[in-house]
Design a protein around this ligand. Structure first.
Ligand code: 5GP
Length: 188
């Protein structure tokens, strides 16, 4: 049986990765979402095991020690990581899997999965990005500034990705990503 595709979706905080992912998962039957582990506190409405596996710092460090993570990174004061076993199993079952992760982690995944598909989601502009983060209303001013600085650093690393998709409009951004996945399945 043919293995599934590993798809990595990165992009600055607030660009709409979560919304795009949700829409893609609804439309694409052979696509599975990789739920990450994190030490960040849940935001209002986030559910353990659905949005993230919320872990204590100690538990997360144990996962690192046990080599249970495909990659991990520290991002704005918290740890985030991809549980390895779920990714391996999904790919072996011939299903595609999407990892919604930041750039440092994505580069580590690229070392292990050079055949993965690396997609970078861009905001229409930096002003628009800041407005979106403020509009989300979940972060204070210091965190927003920090996330904006990280965003600029992340965009500078876009050259390591295979595709750049502008999220000017959700439906259009999804269509572009769907097209990429379809084309990648047709690759010889
Ligand atoms: P947030 O706190 O906004 O949910 O996520 C912060 C950043 O961490 C986002 O860029 C998100 O894509 C990234 N992230 C989420 N899960 C993982 C993961 O498992 N590994 C890495 N490296 N980054 C992740």
């Amino acid at each position: 049986m043919k293995k599934g595709l590993l798809i990595v979706l990165s992009g600055p905080s607030g660009v709409g990765k979560g919304t795009v992912c949700k829409a893609l998962l609804k439309k694409t039957s052979n696509l599975t979402y990789s739920v990450s582990a994190t030490t960040r506190q849940p935001r209002l409405g986030e559910v353990d095991g659905v949005n993230y596996f919320f872990k204590s710092r100690d538990h997360f460090l144990r996962m690192i020690e046990e080599d249970a993570l495909l990659e991990y990174a520290e991002y704005v004061g918290n740890y985030y990581g991809t549980p390895r076993e779920f990714v391996d199993k999904t790919l072996e079952q011939g299903k595609d899997i999407i990892l919604e992760i930041e750039v440092q982690g994505a580069l580590k995944v690229k070392e292990k999965f050079p055949d993965g598909i690396f997609i970078f989601l861009l905001p229409p502009s930096l002003d628009e990005l800041k407005d979106r983060i403020i509009g989300r209303g979940t972060e204070n001013e210091t965190v927003i500034d920090h996330r904006m600085n990280v965003a600029i650093e992340e965009i500078a690393l876009m050259e390591h990705y295979d595709y750049a998709v502008v999220n000017d409009e959700i439906d259009m951004a999804c269509k572009r990503i769907e097209s990429i996945i379809i084309a990648e399945h047709c690759k010889i």
